[in-house]
Every structure is written in structure tokens, then in C-alpha cells.
Design a protein around this ligand. Sequence first.
Ligand code: GDP
Ligand code: MG
Length: 436
Amino acid sequence: NLSLKLDRAFKTLKGQGRITEVNVATTVKEIRRALIDADVNFKVAKEVTDTIKEKALGQQVLIAVSPGQLLTKIVSEELTELMGGTKSEIEIKGDPAVILISGLQGSGKTTFSGKLASMLKKQNRHVLLTACDIYRPAAIDQLKVLGEQIGVEVYAEPENKDALDIAKNAIKFAKANNKKIVIVDTAGRLAIDEEMMQEITALKNGLNPSETLFVVDSMTGQDAVNTAKTFNERLNFDGVVLTKLDGDTRGGAALSIKTVVNKPIKFISTGEKMEAIDIFHPDRMAQRILGMGDVVSLVEKAQQTFDEEEAKRLNKKIRKNQFDFNDFLSQLEQIKKMGNIKDLVGMLPGMGKALKGIDVDDDSFKPIEAIIKSMTLKERQNPDIINGNRRKRIAAGSGTSVQQVNNLLKQFNDMRKLMRTMNKMGGGKRGLANLN
Ligand code: GDP
Ligand code: MG
């Protein structure tokens, strides 16, 4: 299991403040092995990990984020970038626009043709499916069944043995019948063969499609990469469709194919049903390859909003037992910036521990803020002076009750006590970040 392996790899880094040559070497090796296990080809895996190493070295690790988490993020970003960064659209141009579907037999061309037609139809486009698999009569029927299912017309000439001729007739038919997009489903072979290559090349040259897609079965691992390479050399296709990602395939083929042929992956197919089609998102695939759920987005949020200097300043004050209501307020601000408080509260130094067990949500911060803001500067710095009269004034000023003010003061005192205890235990050396 890849995520377990990565976990192990990242363990080496736990508790270290900065990613260094020493602590990254083992980790990078583990990542490389994990990628190879996920079907990423060796050369690609090596290139990826070299880049990752370079990027990771010397990166300052935020106090709220462990080096392991930061490295996870770097790895994920790198993989995303390698797979094209962002999603890539298909080109629909011409009257009609022609989309040519290529690939080996069994890769999922016919199924995908149906799915694409269905997707485009939902965008209110007028689509015509064309059956150009002239070798298997069953192939025409298969497409016709799909067409009926999704309500898209299928053009076929069962007696005609010339694929290019059929496709050209389909285009004429489309023009006459107000169809704006013609999807051409073709015949594949079980393995690369010259006849197939000539046929698909002739179709491409003769039809001048605005989009030529290469369909490949992601379960075939390294073979997928080789097939993609051969097809691309002959066909110079525009994009890749990765099928059968619903199985236990790990998606590593996506990374290898993109790196080897340098063409974007545009769609993924995740099942036999007509709805099982998705636009390819490199960042999602990166996470699939890494098998790490949403660790990355959490880290990202923390990094975006957490002010490192502020964290250091607070940590220092905590260590010196000088943490006051102004600091409390500042931490509240930090937490609020991060969005989902429940998820993030544990990532912050100090606050994390102090607020654990207390039920926090966005609204629960409002009265707290109001109370602190109703305190004078002196009161915030030295809460011990807040006597009964001051409590009454603060409650009135903040629109809360004396009871609520009392509660906050008690919580705050408990928190300071906890901080003192932790300072004694940890010698104050690392601050509180590692206690999360
Ligand atoms: P073609 O020979 O390239 O036209 O491939 P087909 O479209 O006929 O698909 C071959 C087989 O794979 C069929 O049984 C499909 O139902 C199945 N298939 C196609 N795409 C997917 C997919 O994304 N997931 C799964 N599980 N099966 C698929
Ligand atoms: Mg087929």
C-alpha cells in the first residue's frame, strides 16, 4: 500500500524543523520506490524524485506543519505539474468538428465514444457517432446499442469495408442533418500492427479531425506507456483517454504517459456505464497516486494563512509565560482565516491543545472576540486585574453576560496553566508546535 509506504518514508522527517540533505535522502528513496510500485516507470520516477529533492532541500518548515506534511505537498505539486498542471480541453472546431478515437482493441474506445457523445449531448451539442470498426460486425451493434441508450444517432455502413469512405460519408450525413460534432470510433488490434497504424493514419490525414484522442487501458501498466509512444510517433495525437481507472489501478500510468509522450491526458474513464467519464484533473490524479486524501489541502490552507513570524513571536511569549489576551486574539484571527476551524484547530501551536475538547465552531468565537475587544489594553495584558466591576463593564460592553466573561477568564487561565506545565515539561525548547 502506497500511502503506508509514504507514511513510513515521512516518519524519518518527523519532528525536524527543516528539510535537510540528511533527512531527505531516505525519504526520497522511499518515495521513488513507492512511485515505481504505483506503475510509474523507473526513469520518470527518478526524475520526479530528483526534482522533489531539490525543491524540498532547505525549505523552512512552518511551525504548524510537519516536514513530512510539507514534503507530501511538494511531492503532490510536482506530480500535478508533471501531469500538465491543469485540466486540458478538447478542441471542437469545424463544420462538423471531427473527433477521431484511436487505440488498441479492448482499450475502451467504443465505450468511451458513447460516453463522450453523451457528455457533449448534455451540453446541448448535436453529435453523430460513426462506426468505423469494419472488422467486427458486433462492433457496429455495440455502438448502436450505446447510441440508443444515450439518444445519439449512429452512422454505420455494414457492407462498406473502407473506413475512410464510411467516415467521409458520415461527415456528409452530419452536414445534411445538422450534426455539429462527428465522433469516429475505429477498429483496434490486440497489439500494435502495421495495418492498424496505416488505417488510423489514413483516417487522420483524410478527415483532418480537430481532435484525435488515444484511448489506453490504465491496467496495462508499462505496456500502456509503450503503446502510447508508438501511437504518438505515427499519429501525433492531441490527447489521451485513460480507461478502467475504476479497478485497483494506481494511476501511475498517467504520470508515465504524460512524461513520455508529452501530450495531455484529457479524460478518464471509471466504469462501464455511460456516466463513468470524467475530465482529467492532474491534481486529483496526483493525490490518487499518493493515496493521501486531503492532507495536501490542509497543509496548503495552513501555509497560505499562517504567518510564520507571528507564530514564532507567539511561541516565544508562550515559552516565557507572557501569553496574554492580545495574543489570544491574534491566534483567533489566524484560526479564522483558515476556514474550517474544527479541522484546523489542531494544527496551531498553543491553541490546538488548549482548545481541544472545547467544542469549537465559527460562531463560538464571536462572543470570545467581543469580550476581548471590550477589555482595555491593560486588562488584556494583565487579566489578573479584571475584578467583579470590570467583568460587569466588559459584559455590558460586549453584549454578553458576566457568566460568559467569567467562563472565558477561566478558560484563559486554564490555558495559561497548561502552557506553563508544558513549558516545564518540554524545557521550552521547541515550543508547542510538536505537541500537536
Ligand atoms: P474497444 O475495443 O477499444 O472499443 O473497447 P470497448 O469499448 O469495447 O471496451 C472493452 C471492454 O472494456 C468492454 O467490456 C467495456 O465494457 C469495458 N470497459 C470500457 N471502459 C471501461 C472502464 O472505464 N471501466 C471498466 N471497468 N470497464 C470498461
Ligand atoms: Mg470497439
